[in-house]
Design a protein around this ligand. Structure first.
Ligand SMILES: Cc1cc2nc3c(=O)[nH]c(=O)nc-3n(C[C@H](O)[C@H](O)[C@H](O)COP(=O)(O)O)c2cc1C
Length: 348
């Protein structure tokens, strides 16, 4: 697979920078992007990220070790500095550096001192941002790659612009490679992003619905069944996170009960009620935890993160097949565009 895709027409300079063969980055989805998914992605020639937000450093060490025993391809560890208690963040980064992690992927508020810490240890930084201002701050702090996240994205959503509107703004301002993220699950989206000047795409939802992801099968099936318009942006799933952090989820009984009042919830006023368990750890209604393989309880009422990209996903397949589909689809879109642009409309 790697050889087949290597140096193909969609190989961008970002691939050389990150050491991958195809310009698809798989998001570091908390809980969901564990070593099995990361290994499948990396071994297919795309770029993998371990989703380690707020995880214990010992779990991070186990995941990094398992991933390294399954692949020798590069990968990033995703952390969310602004949503992590300072002491835990310090220990997470310290453990990653001890393990020799080379690449970090950060999201949410830019914390320049965190970027500088890992840069001064010789690491690369990818920073996902939701606004032009944040892109400027991330680049000024030393980020090597900017990931422009649009409002179509699944999971936590930092900005309110559409992916391609934000992408264009950031492309005009940035000196470093830019990646498009949010609502993209097909080759059409990859072709469009590359055409605009992005050097790759980052996908989450498309890889949540794969055999190797650590999401609960219930969550995968809800993504498969969802249409693009079945997701909502809400801040009701906020326990564990800073107030007013919005997420995109598949509408469920919790969001339906809110009617039009999806945003503006005060976490202090939300009741604390256990509705599920991850192994033996309780999970609260309104928390940001999504159902994982090891979750039991009221899965329907949990945060079923998904982007508008869910509308383009209609099966759960191996990650390698998803990558192959996106790449082949993108190549045929680019061929078709080339045909359309010939003076004879493609006829010779
Ligand atoms: C289930 C899920 C969990 C996510 N968790 C994280 C996370 O922990 N860290 C992060 O930087 N982004 C996270 N994201 C957001 C992704 O980085 C990315 O912006 C998003 O998946 C792109 O939109 P798409 O889902 O339509 O592909 C998550 C997304 C999903 C779907």
């Amino acid at each position: 697979m790697i050889d087949h895709l290597h140096e193909g027409p969609l190989h961008t300079p970002l691939c050389d920078l990150l050491g991958c063969n195809v310009p698809i980055l798989v998001a570091g989805m908390g809980g969901v992007s564990r070593w099995e998914l990361a290994a499948a992605v990396a071994n297919t020639g795309a770029y993998a990220t371990l989703g380690m937000v707020r995880e214990d450093p010992d779990l991070i060490a186990r995941e990094v070790t398992a991933l390294r025993s399954a692949t020798d391809r590069p990968f990033a560890v995703n952390l969310i500095p602004a949503a992590t208690e300072a002491g835990l963040l310090d220990r997470q980064i310290g453990r990653c550096l001890d393990l020799g992690v080379q690449d970090f992927s950060f999201f949410w508020d830019v914390m320049p001192e965190v970027v500088r810490r890992v840069k001064s240890a010789g690491c690369k930084v990818l920073h996902q941002v939701g606004s032009l201002e944040a892109a400027r701050a991330a680049e000024a702090a030393g980020a090597d790659v900017l990931i422009a996240q649009g409002v179509e994205a699944g999971g936590h959503v930092h900005g309110r612009l559409g992916t391609f509107v934000l992408l264009e703004q950031i492309l005009r301002a940035a000196q470093v490679p830019v990646v498009a993220s949010g609502g993209i699950a097909s080759g059409a989206g990859l072709a469009a992003a590359l055409t605009m000047g992005a050097q790759g795409i980052q996908c989450g939802t498309a890889f949540l619905a794969t055999a190797e992801s650590f999401a609960h099968d219930y969550h995968k099936q809800r993504v498969v069944a969802a249409r693009a318009g079945d997701t909502v942006l809400t801040d009701i799933f906020v326990l564990n996170w800073p107030a007013h952090a919005a997420v995109r989820v598949i509408a469920n009984s919790v969001t339906e009960e809110l009617g039009p009042n999806l945003l503006g919830h005060d976490p202090e006023r939300l009741p604390r009620e256990v509705i599920a368990h991850e192994d033996d750890q309780p999970r609260l209604r309104f928390s940001t935890d999504s159902p994982l393989r090891n979750t039991t309880g009221d899965l329907e009422a949990m945060a079923l993160f998904a982007g508008q990209s869910a509308g383009a996903i209609d099966d759960v397949i191996p990650a390698a097949d998803r990558i192959r589909q996106i790449m082949e689809d993108a190549a045929s879109h680019i061929d078709r565009l080339t045909d359309h642009l010939t003076p004879q409309g493609g006829q010779s």
